[in-house]
Design a protein around this ligand. Structure first.
Ligand code: ADP
Ligand code: ZN
Ligand code: ZN
Length: 738
């Protein structure tokens, strides 16, 4: 029995792997691991992926079902992809069947063919070549068509039409055997002349050159590089030139970027440099484009893939280098279901492949910084701006007791005026979209709380409505106060839309571009904003973190940070790290080119040591202080962390669920002394989207004991007897407490 069994992964949130029988006529030619098959599953049929052949002994008691169909004769995933999936499934404690589905684009998950678009072609046969044309004298149209075939040899269906060959003529020639028909895949990718690659490259400064040389030397081993360069130091230029070297050896590069909004720009910069065999990959691509990119990369027809988080799963025929740009960025971590970190998976992928990987950032995460301090990573420093510009000057502005103009101090308004008049651009940063964070009743103190979340609903204008940014609930602004019936509302606090209103009035001669997720919902709208900024006319750019990431705005000379305090007093131990990264990134948009830049940092507590550190020191000195704090608190990166969260419509049920789980784990002896448990506690936002959330956070300096704990937790959580009233999640290396 054993020789006919095949282990198949199905995209189902269950831990087991399922075995199927191979039909007799396929015994001599079984499907290979990494190819897709169709299998019955309960009452359904599913597309599964062959995992192992012949491994299970077979259980006589059990009735196995037959594989229904083999979809791929050759495996679609190579050994390394299978190994990466296996590792990720064990590391993140997520079912392998779901993990493996991330390696396929949607059409392949649905079982469609792994092919480029196909087209019909017609080709001259031998018979057609030597056929006596006189025999067609009574069929002049066929004769004319045959003559065309003799001069061109083949036509696609479309080009035949363009040449005036009718389908009846084609059919007649086919019947007579003068031409034959076949279908062919049309690859959208062309061969490229490698000599044109790298045109327009810049002459590197000494530090950049050293970095490129180091990367070039490392091509045949798994070295992890931290490309630690201040904002505008030419990090991109460095990895572009390193990629050039990789491509000239006939290998491929994968570049991960944090934000889909950055993809078109990045693709354009890469195309200018490398020509057409560059492709961006992200969620906004349609199914066909995703499949084409996937096929192009896995067949080695594309040299470079630039993409967001999910590109880490992209198979590549001959990958030679991975770059993770802005490696500190939170978007590399998926926040639901399979909670992987694309950066960490990239590190493992590079290890399996034995290739170098570059983590680039002006504000490296504390994990990465620590790894470079203990010499696990090799650091390449870029300490100067590539254009020769200086880092901007910080001007702290204390806000206590000051009259503000919708959040702007007199100082900021004055300097904005000055810079605009000089013909420069000003960037105002506020990480809060909408008009105002809450609506209050001035008569009784009622506040616009969300009914489903522990949060206020944000006031939005045009149209005037209340939105919850946590559960997406929306409603009309009430006509009168729900609590006291008065009609005396006030929008409390300010968001980008409110600041925009003020700026437009105050600086009416200049355009104000508000850039946040509300104004950039439409496809390509961010891109059109970015191109109008590039024109360089004086204007105000106002926005959220969308504006802070990676952009190069040569004409911005003043950056105003409206609220440097938000995040400083956060309950999350990672809060300070985030603020420092965000502030440094935002500030880094100023003075990147010929004109020097200034940064106004508004704060209610400018004398706060962390704000002072940011102003007088650098991100790095700040981060080193934070690392010391983490070390004494034994929080990551000085320990490993996992979070188990439970949610249900009833707070007690969620609490008891976590409690009971911990009791079972204790009974089973997997609660080692090396583990530090924080919780069960209600999550910081306990109520969200109508459910109540409790969690336990587990810290350990010993990865093995944490893994034992998680293995057992996972086994208990996936038991069929686990309460269905509760939704739970396991998060390894969580990045937020929300
Ligand atoms: P980063 O990725 O570090 O933010 P970029 O690579 O985008 O920096 O470079 C910032 C600006 O400096 C870009 O306009 C880039 O074209 C320019 N630049 C980069 N390297 C050089 C160089 N060696 N000489 C002149 N300009 C450079
Ligand atoms: Zn009221
Ligand atoms: Zn809500």
């Amino acid at each position: 029995m054993s020789s006919n069994l095949i282990e198949v992964l199905v995209p189902i949130p269950l831990l087991e792997k399922f075995s199927y029988l191979l039909p007799k006529d396929l015994h001599s030619n079984p499907p290979k691991p990494g190819s897709r098959v169709i299998v019955p599953f309960g009452k359904r049929t599913l597309v599964g992926v062959v995992w192992k052949i012949d491994t299970e002994k077979g259980n006589k008691e059990r009735k196995y079902k037959y594989i229904k169909e083999i979809l791929d004769l050759e495996p679609l995933l190579d050994k390394e992809s299978l190994e990466l999936a296996d590792w990720a499934s064990r590391y993140y404690h997520h079912p392998l069947g779901e993990v493996i589905s991330y390696f396929f684009p949607p059409s392949l998950r649905k079982g469609k063919e792994a092919k480029f678009l196909e087209a019909k072609f017609f080709e001259l046969t031998n018979k057609g070549e030597f056929f006596d044309l006189a025999e067609l004298s009574r069929a002049p149209i066929q004769r004319k068509a045959l003559e065309l075939f003799r001069s061109k040899k083949e036509f696609s269906q479309i080009s035949a039409k363009a040449y005036g060959i009718s389908s009846s003529a084609l059919n007649a020639l086919l019947t007579k055997g003068l031409i034959s028909k076949y279908t062919r895949e049309l690859t959208p990718y062309k061969k490229q002349d490698k000599s044109s690659v790298g045109s327009g490259k810049k002459k590197l400064n000494e530090e950049q050159q050293y970095a490129v040389d180091s990367l070039n030397k490392a091509k045949d081993g798994n070295t992890v590089f931290l490309l630690n360069g201040i904002t505008g130091s030419g990090k991109t230029e460095v990895y572009l030139q390193a990629i050039k070297n990789i491509i000239s050896q006939g290998r491929q590069a994968l570049v991960l970027i944090p934000e889909i909004g950055l993809a078109p720009q990045a693709e354009e910069r890469f195309k200018r440099y490398f020509g057409e065999r560059v492709l961006s990959f992200h969620s906004a691509k349609n199914e066909r484009e995703k499949l084409d990119a996937w096929l192009g990369a896995s067949k080695g027809l594309v040299d470079i893939i630039i993409g967001t988080r999910s590109s880490i799963f992209m198979p590549m025929k001959n990958i030679g280098l991975i770059v993770v740009d802005e490696e500190h960025d939170l978007s590399f971590k998926q926040a639901e279901r399979f909670r992987y970190s694309a950066r960490d998976m990239a590190l493992y992928r590079a290890k399996i492949k034995n290739i170098p990987i570059v983590l680039a950032s002006a504000t490296p995460s504390l994990e990465t910084l620590n790894n470079s301090l203990v010499d696990k990573y090799k650091v390449l420093n870029l300490t100067k701006r590539a254009t020769g510009a200086k880092l901007p000057k910080y001007i702290p502005v204390g806000l206590r007791g000051k009259e503000l103009h919708e959040g702007l101090s007199d100082e900021l308004v004055g300097l904005t005026e000055e810079e605009l008049t000089k013909g420069n651009q000003v960037l105002i940063f506020l990480n809060r979209r909408g008009y105002a964070p809450s609506l209050i009743c001035r008569s009784c103190g009622w506040v616009s709380n969300c009914e489903r979340c522990d949060a206020h609903m944000t006031v939005h204008t045009s149209p005037l409505r209340l939105h919850c940014h946590h559960c997406e609930a929306q409603k009309e602004k009430p006509k009168s106060c729900p609590s006291c019936s008065a009609n005396d509302f006030q929008s409390y606090g300010y968001g980008t839309a409110r600041v925009e209103e003020f700026l437009k009035k105050r600086f009416s001669k200049f355009p104000v571009l508000r850039i946040d997720s509300d104004t950039t919902k439409k496809k390509d709208s961010l891109n059109s904003y970015l191109s109008s900024i590039k024109e360089g006319k004086p204007m105000i750019l106002l926005g959220t973190q969308l504006l802070a990431k990676g952009h190069h705005f040569p004409d911005v000379t003043l950056v105003g940070i409206l609220d440097a305090d938000s995040g400083l007093f956060s309950a999350d131990f990672r809060g300070s790290e985030r603020v420092a990264q965000l502030m440094t990134q935002v500030a880094g948009r100023a003075g990147r080119d010929k004109k020097p830049g200034k940064v106004i940092l508004q704060s209610y507590c400018p004398e706060h040591p962390q704000i002072e550190e940011l102003i007088t020191g650098s991100y790095e000195t700040f981060a080193l202080t934070l690392l010391e704090e983490r070390k004494s608190a034994k929080t990551p990166p000085f320990s490993f962390q996992a979070k188990i969260q439970a949610e249900s419509p009833n707070s007690y049920i969620s609490r008891d669920f976590i409690n009971d789980l911990l009791i079972s784990i204790k009974k089973n002896g997997a609660l080692s002394k090396e583990l530090r448990l924080v919780g069960p506690l209600p999550s910081i936002m306990e109520k969200k989207s109508g459910v109540f959330r409790w969690e336990v956070n587990v810290f350990s300096t010993n990865r093995k004991s944490l893994h034992e704990f998680l293995d057992l937790s996972q086994a208990l959580l996936y038991r069929p007897s686990t309460s269905k009233k509760v939704r739970w999640s396991l998060d390894i290396d969580p990045i937020s407490v929300m």
